[in-house]
Design a protein. Structure first.
Ligand code: SF4
Ligand code: SF4
Length: 150
């Protein structure tokens, strides 16, 4: 009986020592690997090319075809236009960021790549009015650009 107990204890001791050595080897190996953790928010990960941030616009490219408005599943885009010298001119291009589901369908359907999704991802705001964005305003995202990776 005592011998069986000693054998079991020795077995446990060997298993415990082996697992301790394995853990120490892994720790030692990782001591020499450069850290991959970013010190967010001081350091930020650059976004990939296909990242879908906030909806943005090149107004000069827009041909006012309304395809983005029609395809948007949550109706968060609104365009208005007027006639000037027999030409259509955009007078309003609104984007309700609060409703947007970031599906990217507006940018996919746009025939001139006028509408696109930028790289801004830190989009929390205290004021709800700020979620209603005028896409024709060139300074619309300045506040967010200062905090997000461009
Ligand atoms: S990303 Fe999707 S939900 Fe957002 S505006 Fe474009 S189509 Fe609408
Ligand atoms: S789909 Fe493109 S070109 Fe057409 S209205 Fe929208 S942004 Fe303008």
């Amino acid at each position: 009986m005592v011998i069986i107990k000693i054998i079991k204890l020795s077995k446990d001791l060997v298993i415990g020592a082996w697992s301790l050595i394995k853990g120490l080897v892994i720790t030692l190996k990782n001591c020499f690997i450069p850290a991959i953790t970013l010190q967010y928010p001081a350091q930020k990960q650059p976004m990939t090319d296909r990242f879908r941030g906030l909806v943005d616009l090149h107004p000069e490219k827009c041909i006012i075809c309304y395809q983005c408005v029609k395809i948007c599943p949550v109706a968060c885009l609104a365009i208005a236009h007027k006639q000037e010298n027999n030409k259509k001119v955009i007078s309003e291009f609104k984007y309700n960021m609060e409703l947007c589901c970031f599906c990217g369908m507006c940018q996919q359907v746009c025939p001139t790549s006028a509408i696109y999704m930028n790289k801004i991802y830190e989009i929390s705001v205290y004021d709800r009015d700020k979620t209603h964005i005028n896409l024709l305003n060139p300074g619309k995202y300045i506040e967010w650009l200062n905090t997000s990776i461009k």
